[in-house]
Design a binder for this molecule. Structure first.
Ligand SMILES: *[C@@H]1O[C@H](CO)[C@@H](O)[C@H](O)[C@H]1NC(C)=O
Ligand SMILES: *[C@@H]1O[C@H](CO)[C@@H](O)[C@H](O)[C@H]1NC(C)=O
Ligand SMILES: *[C@@H]1O[C@H](CO)[C@@H](O)[C@H](O)[C@H]1NC(C)=O
Length: 186
């Protein structure tokens, strides 16, 4: 009799735990599984100089490696870079790229690894963003970054960005980059 009660109590405890562990739920917002292709074209302004830079150094090694560069190996920068619809100072701001980049090459070729969320604040993609996680060999004239995800309209996106340097000041590191992005998303 006592054994049976113990078993019942144990079963009740297990059942309760099982119920509490259910964290999946029905989502009525079922995906339309037709993939769409979207192309985006914009310019990223990465400004390290001046009184209000959009990229600031947040960490560096305690030794100097490759000091000739404006962004030596091992330096980490936090960014809140404006995205604009054109390459000029007065071009319209359409969003911002927030995140980090790391100067990642010990060699002569400056390479950055970017970990950034490119968010859009105007037009039909207002509130949506794409996640860029990629090596960026900045000295190569034509380069490609991987897009690994997104939010909003670009939920579950994947794709790539072709990046071209429109302007670079090698002394202070200021740069204007042209982005042509191709995205697959639902
Ligand atoms: C850098 O930091 C390491 C670890 O704390 C230390 O051993 C080394 O002496 C430091 N190097 C310099 C140049 O300060
Ligand atoms: C973008 O969306 C935000 C939040 O919904 C809204 O406050 C803002 O006015 C929108 N901006 C434009 C330009 O549509
Ligand atoms: C590049 O940056 C340096 C240092 O801030 C500045 O003296 C120089 O005028 C800049 N060059 C151009 C073309 O803006």
């Amino acid at each position: 009799m006592e054994n049976r009660e113990t078993v019942l109590v144990l079963a009740l405890i297990l059942f309760t735990v099982a119920v509490q562990c259910e964290y999946d739920y029905e989502n009525s917002n079922v995906f339309d599984l037709k993939e769409k292709v979207t192309h985006l074209h914009f310019y990223l302004f990465d400004i390290l100089s001046g009184a209000k830079p959009s990229a600031v150094e947040v960490a560096r090694p305690n030794i100097t490696v490759g000091a000739k560069s404006a962004t030596p190996f091992g330096h980490v920068y936090a960014i809140d870079d404006p995205l604009k619809d054109g390459p000029n100072a007065d071009s319209k701001v359409i969003g911002n790229a927030q995140g980090l980049y790391l100067s990642s090459s010990q060699g002569d070729q400056l390479t950055l690894v970017m970990y950034a969320d490119f968010g859009f604040t105007t037009g039909k993609f207002n509130g949506s963003s794409i996640s860029v996680f990629s090596r960026n060999p900045v000295t190569e004239t034509k380069r490609e970054l991987a897009v690994v995800g997104g939010r909003g309209t670009f939920r579950m996106a994947r794709g790539f960005a072709h990046v071209r340097t429109h302007y670079l000041n090698t002394t202070n590191g200021d740069a204007i980059l042209e982005y042509k992005v191709t995205l697959l998303h639902y």
